[in-house]
Design a protein around this ligand. Structure first.
Ligand code: SF4
Ligand code: SF4
Length: 180
């Protein structure tokens, strides 16, 4: 049974002072979850390398509904800041455009997906729901919702301890625009 990190390490977190150290902690939480999903569930999902529609899961505006917190958006921004100026400018434009067209139900085509390279924040800042996602044949093969909920609760608490109050979740392009 996965033990949410916030139960195990709350005293340590209470000492967190900087956003930088919180982003580091977020990275640890994310990698722990990625490992957990990889070991326990992902092998039952369709292999993305054999996908006939690669990226459909990130670009289908009827489907993508990933919401992230301020801290997750700041972690993404740190990754985007390392990109070459041309790519960064292209992404900024895409983020702006997508933020304008986020549907009323919060769905959007993710601006962080590049046809040639896939998810641009895959290694350093992939959101928790994106780590959970895969094409599974049976619903019972998916990582349980309670597992993801526990990790997201940890991320929420980390946000609170970093910014002094709970941070709402927004669709990715809007969250990124808010932390520009
Ligand atoms: S998650 Fe599914 S749709 Fe997305 S690339 Fe993998 S197999 Fe294709
Ligand atoms: S953050 Fe990455 S994995 Fe998640 S929807 Fe965007 S491109 Fe896809």
């Amino acid at each position: 049974m996965y033990r949410p990190y916030w139960r195990a390490g709350v005293c340590k977190w209470m000492r967190l002072k900087s956003e930088t150290s919180a982003i580091q902690k977020l990275s640890e939480i994310r990698e722990e979850y990625r490992e957990r999903v990889s070991r326990g569930y992902e092998f039952r999902a369709k292999d993305c390398k054999a996908c006939e529609t690669p990226g459909a899961c990130c670009l289908d505006a009827h489907f993508v509904n990933v919401r992230i917190t301020r801290l997750e958006a700041r972690a993404m921004r740190k990754v985007l800041d390392t990109f070459p100026p041309e790519l960064k400018a292209k992404l900024e434009e895409r983020i702006e455009e997508t933020a304008e067209f986020v549907k009323a139900d919060g769905k959007f085509a993710c601006p962080l997906y590049e046809r040639e390279s896939g998810c641009l924040v895959h290694h350093e800042a992939k959101p928790i729901p994106c780590i959970s996602h895969g094409c599974y044949e049976r619903v019972g093969d998916l990582p349980p919702t309670s597992l993801q909920d526990g990790v997201e609760a940890s991320v929420d608490l980390l946000n609170t301890l970093t910014y002094g109050k709970p941070q709402p979740r927004f669709p990715i392009p809007i969250a990124l625009r808010r932390v520009t």
